[in-house]
Ligand binder design. Structure first.
Ligand code: 13P
Length: 252
């Protein structure tokens, strides 16, 4: 069975002080929640401080991106080697990276391979844009992103997939749980052809896009939705704790 995971992607929000305050505020509430993995993904500059604050707790830490090379002349970039001592997860191929920063499918694949070789658990994000959905191409786009994202990988250790339809991100217009479920079962089918049944059956699939404390339960009640990747609602401690609590209750 895939584990249930609630992950907060803080995106480009919080100064160092704010990140520390936010994690201090959510820590006691999150610690009480059992039966799911709880992950926070602060900006790079706060990773070290947040990881220290969460040492020994049940709350885990992820980064939001990384470069595909281990080291070198890549001014401003951060590598898997730099992250592997600081956090366990790394979000890769987020739609903001793909569409604002022009990251192509094959680059995302190189990053996934680099993350896995460094022992990081990649949260590979896939998802179609509105026009692609309207043209009936949503499943084909997600399949293309998955194939490229997992190209060359034989043992997808630690893989997590997040389905985040671009039109649902930050818009307050979430997909319906049924739409999410339909795409998740497609993702599991594609994973089965690429990586085999066991991987497909055991990989946690997260839905992302306008998830909040009120709608999270309906998503995680769907059989193939194993949690959520949360943006805006992960930036307020009480809201994120309530969201995680509601997800845990819905799964039991
Ligand atoms: P929102 O929850 O703000 O829609 O963002 C979703 C997201 O992009 C998480 O990675």
């Amino acid at each position: 069975m895939p584990e249930t995971i609630i992950a907060g992607n803080w995106k480009m929000n919080t100064t160092l002080d704010e990140a520390q305050a936010l994690v201090r505020a959510m820590k006691p509430g999150l610690e009480e929640i059992k039966g799911l993995r709880k992950v926070v993904c602060p900006p790079f500059v706060s990773l070290s401080a947040v990881s220290s604050l969460l040492k020994g707790s049940t709350i885990e830490v992820g980064a939001q991106n990384m470069h595909s090379e281990k080291s070198g002349a890549f001014t401003g970039e951060v590598s898997s080697a730099m992250l592997s001592g600081l956090c366990k997860y790394v979000i890769l191929g987020h739609s903001e990276r793909r569409h604002i920063f022009g990251e192509a499918d094959d680059l995302v694949g190189r990053k996934v391979r680099a993350a896995m070789s460094a022992g990081l658990s990649p949260i590979l994000c896939v998802g179609e844009q509105l026009a692609e959905r309207e043209q009936g191409r949503a499943e084909a786009v997600v399949e293309r992103q998955l194939r490229a994202g997992l190209d060359g990988i034989t043992t997808p250790r630690g893989l997590i997939v997040a389905y985040e339809p671009v039109w649902a991100i930050g818009t307050g217009k979430a997909a319906t749980p049924q739409d999410a479920q339909q795409m998740m079962s497609h993702i599991r089918r594609v994973l089965a052809t690429l990586q085999g049944q066991a991987v497909a059956a055991n990989t946690s699939l997260l839905y992302g896009g306008s998830v909040n404390a009120d709608n999270v339960a309906a998503f995680v009640r769907e059989p193939d939705v194993n949690g959520a990747l949360v943006g805006g609602a992960s930036l307020k401690a009480d809201v994120f704790v309530q969201l995680a609590r509601n997800a845990a209750t819905a799964r039991t």
